[in-house]
Write a protein that binds this ligand. Sequence first.
Ligand SMILES: [Zn+2]
Length: 169
Amino acid sequence: MQDPEIAKRMEILAARMGRRDDYGTLLNAGQVVRRLDDVDDPDAWRAEIRSSARSDRIRIRTGKTGEIVWALLSDDNPARAEESERWQRTLRVAVPRAVEFRHEPVWGLRDGDEGILRCERCDAIGYVDGADGPDRPLVGGPLFEEDCPDPAPPVETVLTQFFGSGRRR
Ligand SMILES: [Zn+2]
């Protein structure tokens, strides 16, 4: 049974992500790519993203290549590096938890210390919040509470390779 508190948090997170503009996507994903056809004025698009980044003191690169226009976060962003390091610690706790229930956890979405993971082979999703400490995150949802209905043994995913399956070898 789904915890209503967790369900509510997932809803709010998903709604917030749905409202994301291109700059928000850049912050969240580290990059944003749009087709030239989808952007009214590529130079104005780049200028607007650069201006947002400047006011947040975030270093980015933008460009136009063939049929696409893009923006990338620079590697040299200490505040973001720290946030990313916290998230990785969070995943080191959360990912093995999903594996205990035989899911194949894959990336869903992330915003700051909060994120949603899902199972590659069933419809289970799980909510993760590392705000109270990345080493003991709040986790909830079927991905962390209910067995995967797929009877076959789970295979490794990119996440389990990086963050551990929790299995003894
Ligand atoms: Zn599953």
